[in-house]
Design a protein around this ligand. Structure first.
Ligand code: CMC
Length: 430
């Protein structure tokens, strides 16, 4: 039975608004006819209360700390799955059987090379350039090579474009790292798994044999799975927003990469390590930094803490924290900032400031410690986040393009500027 909410406005007019219920019993008031019927809009800075779409990809309950991709709990995927399998699940809406997984993997390998011309683009970037700037520019440049992907046309071959993007972003990321350290590019190798291939392109040198370490491969798979989708966050909404104008999938993803770069979003993983290193350099006193974070005048926030949606421990952070000790022990790495991170968490969670605001460690708090242990340099952390988030962006872009109800993203505003003002000729202006 359909339910309605009734909204009564100050001028006395009243409107019935349909109430929608999601498959996990989430409720939403459908205001799509509000303006045409009442001349009113809604105002919701940061979209804290606004649903922009209906989606069947990821379910998130921030109060209970639940995250599921296509219904499957993140903990089970982290335990049993691979990044390739999760990518297939997100994009193609089901877990693949062995043949589907093999075909998907072969298709991804088939697209691993970038056009040789694109190699020369790397020469034009300064060696100081942040890898996120390079990555977004390179992903946007892919549109120039695969023009059949322009606009809605790319939906026609979403399978091929998804495989291209998943594969080439890995090559582009590794090449941008090689460029930054002045080493020759290492070409992809088809016999390797997704993560092995990436690690080889990152860390092999032509003069030596390279065998990816199994523990490192497993750790990388885990981190990429945990980042693979997170419903309508800032970068995903950007991908959908840009794609809603029927921009092609490469352009839409390039915009998502740039949105991810910000320190309040994916860029936080780099900031966390820099903050922990700073605490260590200052003598390791976490109290001082917790006090600073509590003081609004300080302008300092604990990076890797807090989340718009999670008002409970981020389930991804829980898995990563658990993996940290295990991975570091297996690799024989001792990292003093892991202790600092744990002390900082314990101290922060004992404070009313953090309890009242329900601020917990998020996915970025511990991820950098594992990235560092497996040899990923700090300025590549957000690139790793982008690699992980890519299947989610593609799945969300595809879902939006296939949704007959989807329209160009075009919010309204409440205008607060001057009322009509006559044009003043320049000689009369003060
Ligand atoms: N340290 C100290 N205080 C904080 C923090 C923090 N990390 N995060 C939020 N607060 C306080 C904030 O000052 C505010 O206090 P008050 O109510 O007294 O004004 C209250 O908590 C609510 O914060 P908000 O900024 O209104 O919350 P938001 O939902 O708009 O922002 C956030 C969410 C993630 C941007 C924010 O928590 C933050 O800046 N965290 C640090 C950056 C970070 O770790 N980002 C990664 C997010 S998870 C990965 C991803 O998906 O991108």
């Amino acid at each position: 039975m359909s339910e309605n909410a009734v909204l009564t406005l100050p001028d006395g007019q009243s409107i019935e608004l349909p109430v929608l219920t999601g498959s996990e019993n989430e409720k939403a008031i459908d205001i799509s006819k509000l303006r045409s019927q009442t001349k009113h809009i809604t105002l919701d800075p940061g979209y804290v209360n606004t649903g922009a779409c209906q989606s069947g990809i990821t379910f998130l309950d921030g109060e209970k700390g639940i995250l599921r991709y296509r219904g499957i709990p993140i903990e089970q995927l982290a335990e049993n799955s691979s990044f390739m399998e999760v990518s297939y699940l997100l994009i193609h809406e089901k877990l693949p059987n062995q043949k589907e997984l093999d075909d998907f993997h072969n298709e991804i390998n088939h697209h691993a090379l970038i056009h040789e011309d694109m190699r020369h683009f790397f020469e034009s970037f300064s060696s100081e350039a942040h890898p996120m700037a390079i990555l977004s520019a390179m992903v946007a440049s892919l549109s120039a090579y695969y023009s059949e992907a322009s606009g809605a046309a790319s939906l026609g071959d979403v399978k091929q474009n998804a495989a291209r993007l998943l594969s080439k972003i890995r090559t582009l990321a590794a090449f941008s790292f090689k460029k930054s350290i002045g080493q020759p590019f290492i070409y992809p190798r088809d016999s390797l798994s997704y993560c092995e291939n990436f690690l080889r392109m990152m860390f092999a040198v032509p003069a030596e044999e390279y065998e990816p370490d199994k523990d490192v491969v497993d750790a990388l798979n885990l981190l990429l799975i945990l980042h693979a989708d997170h419903e309508q966050n800032c970068s995903t909404s950007t991908v959908r927003g840009v794609g809603s104008s029927h921009a092609n999938v490469y352009a839409s993803v390039a915009a998502g990469i740039l949105a991810l770069w910000g320190p309040l979003h994916g860029g936080a993983n780099q900031q966390v390590i820099e903050m922990l290193e700073h605490i260590r350099a200052e003598g390791g006193d976490v109290n001082k930094f917790v006090e600073m974070a509590k003081d609004p005048k300080s302008g300092f926030r604990l990076m890797g803490f807090g989340h718009r949606v999670y008002k409970n421990y981020d389930p991804r952070a829980k898995v990563i924290k658990g993996a940290c000790d295990r991975v570091l022990a297996k690799l024989g790495v001792e990292d003093p900032i892991l202790d600092i991170a744990k002390q900082l968490e314990e101290r922060a969670l004992s404070e009313d400031y953090f309890k009242e605001r329900k601020l917990f460690p998020n996915v970025d708090f511990y991820s950098g410690i594992i990235y560092r242990a497996i040899g990923i340099p700090v300025n590549m952390f957000t690139v790793m986040f982008a690699l992980g988030r890519l299947p989610g962006w593609i799945a969300q872009w595809k879902e939006m393009m296939e949704d007959p109800k989807s329209r160009i993203a075009r919010p309204r505003q409440i205008y607060t500027g001057p009322i009509e003002t006559p044009y003043m000729p320049i000689e009369k202006r003060k």
